[in-house]
Design a protein around this ligand. Sequence first.
Ligand code: ZN
Length: 317
Amino acid sequence: MSKPIKFGTPPGVKEGDWFADHDDLYAKDVHRGRGRGISGTAKTGVDSIVMSGGYIDDDDRGDEIFYTGAGGRDRDTGRLISDQTLEERGNAGLVFNQAAGHPVRVIEGLEIRGKKRRRATGGYRYRGLYRVADHWMTPGKEGFVICRFHLVKMEHDDDISPQPEAVSTTEGVDADMTPLEAQVRRYINSRQLARDTAAANRIKDMYGQTCQMCDLRLVVSPTGEAYSEAAHIQALGKPHGGPDVIENILCLCPNCHALFDRGALQISDSLDVIDGLSGQYRRALTRLSEHRIQVSYVRQHRSRWADRNGQIGVFEL
Ligand SMILES: [Zn+2]
């Protein structure tokens, strides 16, 4: 891969443009990864993907795409022969995009044909910029675990300029780390750079930086200061559109926050903490009476994983 990574739509290219083949995509800076579906690595993030396999687990809804990650496939047939992992470079790169907010160019292969290995025979179309809204591991239809990426179309006015944190996110990343450890370090850095709003700070103060789901208080200084994170129940931004108000925010430790944002922890209508994978009751959410959490927000949060676990009904207590 000789060209350097560049995020965004290249000059002279617009949404809907058609390209003859991978050489054409490469020449016009649309897709650097000739022959690869994912262009990028854990270190740089991913600037573009090509959907040309017609993989049975892919689900293309236009402005929203549920994209199957790379790896685990037989070279000749394209069928899955082992589990996919987040360590695979392209998948790790997409996780980095999610943390850093980098956009991905989505390119669609046209007229997918072939009995064994399926290929695009009608050229390629540029679909525009998408952000990586979420990722998770799930059993695929071929019986192996796949990495699933939820891609959401960005509006033209969304800010796609390279983020300044791209420089500072290498802080604390050293050569001894495995790619996954380095990726996690960058992820944590990027999260800490996200500035909290007044509502978020109010919730963290209200609970004294103590996690509402596990009661952990992470003391990070000799003077007893603690670290916590403000978690929005109905996520901010598209496509969820949750508000930045205290009725929609929890004070969580980083572990519970990561689990909650991926649906591995969920909240019932009666404000109990539920294991989102098994559906089992964990405990009651720690909550002060002046913190009125709105039920519509916890319902919207649970609905995001409705197709994953089909357990929505279990929570209606
Ligand atoms: Zn916790």
